[in-house]
Design a protein around this ligand. Structure first.
Ligand code: DQA
Length: 138
């Protein structure tokens, strides 16, 4: 059974509550249940943290064993050399995901410190971007 971990970064615990016009009104836990039903052949897990170090620790913990990581690092995408380095350091393929189209937003969101070390990037498809990333991995 292929193992895939979804990692969500800061403020993504507030999906469904936070800036609904940008991120929609569904909370991630309920979306994650539909994802698990859609991919019964996968060992699909979910981790969320608002801390940069915890995200790096998790990438190190799973990044030599599992088959893929789907990472929405939130605002750390645009600031974190350290998360970019963590992605480069591990073996597991990482797909960068953003719910919103970051290129249609403020200029500071156009820069990603992660993308270069990722297998691919998906943005602008809402929560469906996580499904697309999983399809890409498998
Ligand atoms: C986001 C985009 C980021 O710029 C922002 O800081 C987020 C969410 C997205 O999923 O669209 O927190 O990663």
């Amino acid at each position: 059974m292929k193992k895939i971990l979804i990692i969500n970064g800061p403020n993504l615990n507030l999906l469904g509550v936070r800036e609904k016009s940008i991120y929609g009104d569904q909370d991630f836990k309920s979306y994650f249940e539909t994802l698990k039903q859609r991919f019964p052949e996968l060992d699909l897990n979910y981790f969320q943290s608002n801390s940069e170090g915890a995200i790096i620790d998790k990438i190190h913990e799973v990044g030599f064993d599992i088959d893929g990581i789907v990472l929405n690092a939130g605002a750390y995408t645009h600031t974190s050399v350290a998360i970019g380095d963590a992605i480069a350091a591990v073996k597991t393929a990482v797909i960068e995901v953003h719910i919103s189209n970051v290129y249609a937003r403020e200029e500071f969101r156009h820069k990603s410190y992660l993308a270069k070390n990722c297998k691919g990037v998906i943005c602008g498809f809402g929560l469906d971007g996580y499904r697309l990333a999983i399809e890409g991995l498998i």
